[in-house]
Design a protein around this ligand. Sequence first.
Ligand code: AMP
Length: 547
Amino acid sequence: MNESTANAFTALGLQELIASAATALGYEEPTAIQREAIPHLLDGRDVLGQAATGTGKTAAFALPLLQRISEPQTEGKRVRALILVPTRELAMQVAEAVHKYGRLLHVNVLPIYGGQSISVQLRALRRGVDVVVATPGRALDHIRRGTLALDSVEYLVLDEADEMLDMGFAEDLEAIAAALPRERQTALFSATLAPRVKAISKRYLREPVNVHIESERTAGGSKPRVREVAYLVQRPYKSTALARLLDMESPTSAIVFCRTRTEVDELTETLGARGYQAEALHGGLSQEQRDRVLRRFREGTSDILVATDVAARGLDIEHVSHVFNYDVPSSIDAYVHRIGRTGRAGREGIAITLAEPREHRLVRNIEQQTKRKIRIETVPTITDLRERKLALVRAAVEDAIRDGDLDSYHTLVELLSIEHDIVDVAAAALRIADSGRDGEREEIEIPAAAEEKPGGKRRAPRVQRPSEDMAKIYIGLGRSSGIRPADIVGAIANEAGISSKQIGAIDIADRFSLIEVPTDEITAIVKRLRNTTIRGKKIGARRDRRG
Ligand code: AMP
């Protein structure tokens, strides 16, 4: 692990154990919201943070939370921190993040949300947890049943407060606050500071420090000519989408920015396996390795650099045709810096951002702050790709005809045309030439992902995975038991420990249901579901043999 990287986090006041959890995840330096919020939270101050998803705000509140609650505690296991979030999805994500950051501290984290079996939650609560991440409705259920005691909570986080209010949780928040000790630290994060958010921050925060990440405008001078586009893509399809865009755009030189080292390494490998000349550039490389990577890129031996922001800083590369943001950058500054690598010196540049549907707000935010249009487009389909490839073949053939010098092939064509139709001969020749260009790659259809409307229900969009990758689980509960898709997703994601995004179509019949899951995980999932109940009934999971 790189020492200077860990130092960037310890410099904010974080202990080694916590800082090293961040660097182990490949974070190279704190994001703006982390730099601004962490020192105050470690000081015990309340914080009102304006930050959207994708800015690193989870770590901004979770890292100090872990440090505060890892200090010596009173007798027994009691809930010491409560994080309230608007949706089930977010509860799972935030709990997972806190778990990862607190891995070395052995902190117990429990997500609590509606749709998940209450008995699972009760069992975990009885065993004792340090941090609860909950949606307000379900948290209140437990408080009323007397199964969630909050009198030891020292640290409260209201995450995506504006969304919680939009979803009508104001009263629930009020009731939860009444069950919390007055003496506590509170952090409230929200993408907007609408009057309603300000009002609840007045009620729940004490002399808060306001943290708002100011954006840096583009440096003056000639206007860069950059076409900015964002594609909404669900996470499992991101590398496929990137590959497709690389094929469509055929960049002469491109930088693909990722958030973490791990992501850089993984993506470089994936692209390499798909036949692209990509090289990784991150803070974990020695000077010698870095020089080699850059030399190969400049010489054109590789045409794609996959890099973290830190590694790309001060990069002596004049211009690239394309900048790809594999994730929405964590700040407007990062976005502006990244895309500043293209469209230089009066040349055309293209900046392409891949955003998950829940990050669309961050894209809009960047658009507003930079006052530049980012068009949201759908990822090209396999048909688009084929058309594009055929257009390229056609252009190449026309070039070859213009260049002439085909005499040596004329005889061959004449020979072949004695026995075959001349159009067939030409078509076969084109196919041979075409498959030699970049080999045969198996393409899968990428489902269109819609923007998620703020305030709307944010049920995870069902990912239609290609069906040959999926197999079906049969469970002996259906409509007649009052089961709903959310119950099934909750139980499977929670019990089998898989992401809800991996779950495919769910068919609920009267007396049974069928759930698609990845084929390579079905055996493990069925095994883990053997004793699971939904709504108090055993689900009797097994692999469906029919489909
Ligand atoms: P959030 O805004 O909390 O949803 O975080 C968005 C993403 O940024 C998550 O995938 C985090 O793992 C990642 N992230 C958080 N902090 C950092 C950091 N300092 N450097 C790189 N990635 C980060």
